[in-house]
Design a protein around this ligand. Structure first.
Ligand code: ZN
Length: 343
């Protein structure tokens, strides 16, 4: 962390925002190790590897998911060796991490590869990034930042950025922060260590559906957003009103992950309960999704792939077609969608 982060922090216990900072190791880029102490209630928050931890009194659900992620062998290499995300793994796969989200064309990003899902979502990420029309003056929080390629893209554009996550995957973010600096903190999204009205944009990709209490999560984001600020969520799972919960959710739950399946009306209700007045729900292009999944595995002459490319040449027509099937998506299968909540 850098010292200026203290200006926007508040103690998660007593909610006061006066801290004293004790540096143990001060690096060129940031304070590497040390602690910050709340002057009101004397609670101590550790800084390790540049990351400040506010997980001290986090819920058992959060700590369980953090442990599950620590144990998960996220990366499989070409020989079938599997790796947990540790400092050694981060160093070993530095090149691959730094090429996220689109990847460097290696097998890790292809079908069955460890980063396949991230690569498939990369066009959605970049189109969202463009739609935000960032000027570089914004203060941005990325929730569930994970490896933090998104936080990096915001920082690269000059924004002041904080990346937040519950897991040690956030340690990967150090690679990106060396290139364009942003602060990193461990925290639960339901109980964040920020003063009110801090951020212009809160961005999240595939994170909110880990919440067991969506309304509480929305309320907390609403609190830290400035008036006129936006919460932007992509890659959130949603199921149709008449769609059964996919069995994979039970499997994930049993393994210790927090993924939960909500319908679009449940998402909307929770966002309104959280205090947001204006929501924009955008059902994203099915053709774009098809292309990102199939372009590297099907021949260019494949009829479906050709048709998908054809549709993307006529965006207005595509928009009309998507509007026609909107209700169908809400009832049966939403597929990829984007939620923007305005404060
Ligand atoms: Zn305190």
């Amino acid at each position: 962390m850098r010292e200026r982060l203290l200006k926007i922090l508040r103690c998660t216990e007593c909610k006061n925002n006066t801290f004293s900072l004790e540096k143990i190791e001060d690096g060129k880029l940031e304070i590497k190790n040390g602690k910050i102490v709340c002057r009101s209630c004397t609670n101590v928050y550790q800084i390790e590897d540049g990351i400040v931890s506010f997980l001290k009194n986090a819920s058992s659900d959060v700590m369980r998911e953090r442990r599950t992620m620590d144990e998960d062998e996220y990366i499989t290499d070409g020989q079938g060796n599997r790796y947990k995300i540790t400092s050694d793994t981060i160093e070993k796969f530095k090149k691959q991490f730094l090429s996220l989200p689109e990847g460097n064309g290696s097998h890790f990003f292809k079908r069955g590869g460890s980063f396949q899902t991230i690569r498939e979502g990369s066009s959605r990420f970049y189109s969202t990034l463009n739609s935000l029309a960032i000027t570089g003056k914004e203060s941005i929080l990325e929730i569930g930042a994970c490896f933090s390629y998104a936080a990096f893209r915001f920082a690269e554009r000059g924004c002041r950025v904080v990346a937040l996550d519950i897991s040690n995957y956030l340690k990967v973010a150090g690679l990106f922060a060396e290139k364009a600096y942003f602060d990193r903190i461990f925290s639960d999204i339901h109980r964040m260590p920020f003063v009110d009205n801090t951020f212009d944009i809160v961005f999240g990709s595939a994170v909110f559906h880990h919440s067991k209490d969506l309304a509480k999560a929305f309320r907390e984001i609403h609190r830290v957003l400035k008036v006129g600020g936006r919460l932007v969520l992509i890659n959130e799972s949603a199921r149709g009103i008449f769609e059964e919960v996919h069995p994979s959710f039970k499997e994930m739950e049993a393994r210790g992950f927090g993924d939960t399946s909500y319908t679009i009306p449940q998402w909307k209700k929770a966002a309104y309960e959280g205090g947001f007045k204006k929501l924009e729900i955008d059902f994203l292009s099915l053709a774009d999704d098809y292309i990102s999944r199939h372009k590297n595995r099907d021949s260019k002459d494949n009829f479906k792939l050709k048709s998908a490319y054809f549709i993307t040449r006529y965006r207005t027509l595509e928009r009309c077609l998507l509007n026609l099937i909107k209700l169908h998506r809400i009832f049966f299968r939403p597929k990829s969608w984007k939620l923007v909540c305005n404060k």
